[in-house]
Design a protein. Structure first.
Length: 327
């Protein structure tokens, strides 16, 4: 496999004294709402420096399989102009992702994609062999399969210095599609940091960047992007059609679902469709909260809303007649 060279762009000279657009803050209007609020509520004052002359490079690492393909497609297209390199990986022995890439999966961004077949424990060691000019201040972003980070927040950390590390994200917790919200409303997980921080604080163990127990330790005084009303991105759980959800659960440990509580011996399409229609979580008892796309500025990622013809099943609850006709 050929070595991957990064490019580096220079920020243009701009008159940073301006009247901020809605949702942007700071003397140079460079702080998106979600970041600005995180700085305000941080336990200690933070003196952010920037903007930089040179933007940092951003490397985004995540796993892709048949159950996360939709979210992977959304992530790459939502963040394609911000991320400098996507590292997509799958387990050894699986050819699902490789076949998708060979068939032009996310073809517009394939020049930014590095495909790796390895387990997560060895992933960073494998990846580093292919990154020719990785710098200490480049950013490593790694998330689980269901997460879509906030694009504006990622732009900020590329151009500014001295933000606390590691970064965690408070995601809006959607279920079955963006039309249902989990009653907990959000979920917090990692994460992003610089190459230097990954090496010096995490000993190059990429797993620690998404380990909530480690990230919550008092050893790491990072920052969480997002609050209960302004989100660091989207966590879209079970965001597939009913058949895919059934297949996904069949491959998961039985303790994912308390069978005694749902009083059902087997999860099938009819059961899942009923859950989606009525807004009930996969445990068969937790009531979900309805989300409204015309009232909520964080309803769904921009790319999804702009391509509603492709992702209509994530925007409209087709199992509910009321939602279908409101469409």
């Amino acid at each position: 496999m050929a070595r991957i060279w990064f490019s580096m762009r220079i920020s243009k000279k701009i008159n940073w004294k301006c009247k901020c657009l809605s949702g942007w803050h700071g003397s140079d209007c460079g702080q998106p709402e979600v970041l600005w609020r995180a700085l305000l509520t941080h336990r200690k004052p933070i003196q952010i420096k920037g903007p930089r002359i040179f933007e940092r490079r951003l490397v985004y690492i995540f796993k892709v399989d048949e159950f996360s393909e939709n979210i992977a497609h959304i992530r790459i297209n939502e963040l394609g102009s911000v991320v400098d390199l996507f590292i997509l990986y799958e387990e050894r022995g699986s050819l699902y992702l490789q076949n998708k890439l060979d068939n032009k999966f996310c073809k517009e961004y394939q020049d930014k994609i590095l495909y790796v077949q390895d387990n997560r424990e060895n992933l960073w060691k494998t990846v580093k062999r292919y990154l020719k000019n990785l710098r200490n201040d480049d950013i490593i972003l790694s998330t689980e399969s269901n997460e879509i980070p906030n694009r504006d927040a990622l732009i900020f950390i590329k151009f500014y210095d001295q933000w606390p590390q590691p970064i965690k994200f408070r995601y809006r917790w959607s279920v079955f599609g963006f039309f249902w919200l989990h009653p907990s409303k959000t979920i917090i997980t990692g994460g992003a940091c610089t190459v230097a921080f990954l090496k010096e604080s995490f000993n190059n163990e990429l797993n620690l960047l998404t380990d909530n127990k480690i990230l919550s330790s008092s050893l790491y005084r990072g920052i969480t992007l997002g609050d209960l009303n302004h989100f660091g991105g989207w966590f879209c759980e079970y965001c597939n059609d009913a058949a895919q959800i059934v297949k996904f659960l069949a491959n998961k440990p039985s303790n994912v679902i308390n069978w005694d509580e749902i009083n059902k011996q087997k999860i099938d399409n009819d059961f899942v469709e009923d859950l989606i229609e009525n807004g009930v979580y996969i445990d068969g008892k937790t009531q979900l909260t309805k989300a409204y796309k015309y009232r909520d500025s964080y309803f769904a990622p921009r790319f999804v809303s702009d391509h509603n013809w492709r992702y209509d099943f994530l925007l409209i609850n087709f199992y509910s007649k009321l939602d279908y006709y409101e469409g």
